[in-house]
Write a protein that binds this ligand. Structure first.
Ligand SMILES: NC(=[NH2+])NCCC[C@H](N)C(=O)O
Ligand SMILES: [Mn+2]
Ligand SMILES: [Mn+2]
Length: 307
């Protein structure tokens, strides 16, 4: 397989500084080398730069850094669209607001191909706030509402060419949801597997059901991996830790199943904050998990299936 790494050092979507070091944290942890060691070709095209700022504003006074964030999204939608036509893009964040750009860009490409886009959202949070509903004003809480075409983003975030059908979005690992998000998710019809669903069913059952749908519908699959999907004890390098996250084995199993499915067409690695990390712990784990997604396994398996 051929992959392209793009750094997206955006941090204007969070309340904490340090995510701008995320791409270099992943480089230092050996992300490119780990993927190449599995027999793939990897090209690191360096870091994206934001577009010039537009004069955007919104009546919600709590919103932070709107023009800066929009400038990143303007550049990223275009870049993600362009990259998704070639080698499999891996977007190294940067805070999670960047998924507004990556998913919108990749969705444009899926539309060109006449294939539906599915999104697997691995996160403690649904990031389903609109510009009206955000309480913290941190725009990394908004990307999933935007790319599924919820109201209130038009004329501010880049225009969506192809909103993702909320029914094609599957969120796993969720354990911190604001009231407005809960209502919005239910109304839109997003599949949300919270931690209780993982505890009760096992993560494999949930992932398998989703992958079967993607396959049956000949979908493209974007995976958006927020570091806080993982339990903070194994991944401390993130600004929005929530206790009770995915374990080391649950996370690797998801990645191994994604590999075996052969369905993944693009990937975000987001919210890594090297300033908050402990001796590269989260950066290294994220790299190892990505290696599982690209085919690293403990033993050869007789059948390559996620079933
Ligand atoms: N990508 C993230 N880490 N998002 C955390 C969002 C937390 C909270 N729901 C907010 O809107 O502020
Ligand atoms: Mn997130
Ligand atoms: Mn999160």
């Amino acid at each position: 397989m051929h992959c392209t790494l793009l750094g997206v050092p955006v941090q204007s979507g969070t309340g904490r500084r340090g995510c701008d070091m995320g791409p270099n944290g992943l480089r230092a942890a050996g992300l490119a080398e780990a993927i190449a060691a599995l027999g793939h070709t990897v090209r690191d095209v360096g870091d994206l730069k934001p577009a010039p700022q537009r004069p955007v504003s919104h009546p919600n006074a709590s919103i932070k850094a709107l023009p800066e964030t929009v400038a990143w999204l303007d550049a990223l939608v275009e870049k993600a669209y362009e990259l998704s036509a070639g080698a499999l893009p891996i977007f190294m964040g940067g805070d999670h607001v960047m998924a507004a750009g990556t998913v919108a860009g990749v969705a444009g490409h899926a539309k060109d191909k006449g294939r539906p886009l599915f999104v697997l959202w691995l996160d403690a949070h649904p990031d389903f706030h609109t510009l009206e509903s955000t309480e913290s004003g941190n725009l990394h809480g908004t990307p999933a509402a935007y790319f599924t075409g919820q109201e209130g983003f038009s004329g501010i975030y880049p225009d969506l060419v192809a909103p993702v059908d909320p029914a094609n979005v599957c969120m796993v690992g969720i354990r911190s949801v604001d009231p407005a998000e809960r209502t919005g998710l239910r109304q839109a019809g997003v599949t949300v597997h919270d931690m209780r669903a993982i505890d009760e069913n096992g993560i494999a059952v949930l992932i398998k059901a989703f992958l079967e749908r993607v396959e049956a519908e000949n979908g493209m699959l974007h995976v958006s991996f927020d570091v806080d999907f993982l339990d903070p004890s194994i991944a401390p390098g993130v600004g929005t830790t929530v206790p009770g996250g995915a374990t080391f084995r649950e996370a690797h199993l998801v990645m191994e199943m994604l590999h075996d499915s052969g369905l993944v067409t693009s990937l975000d690695l987001v919210e890594l904050n090297p300033f908050l990390d402990e001796r590269g712990k989260a950066a290294i784990l994220l790299t190892e998990l990505t290696a599982s997604l690209f085919g690293r396994q403990v033993m050869d398996r007789p059948t390559r299936s996620y079933g």
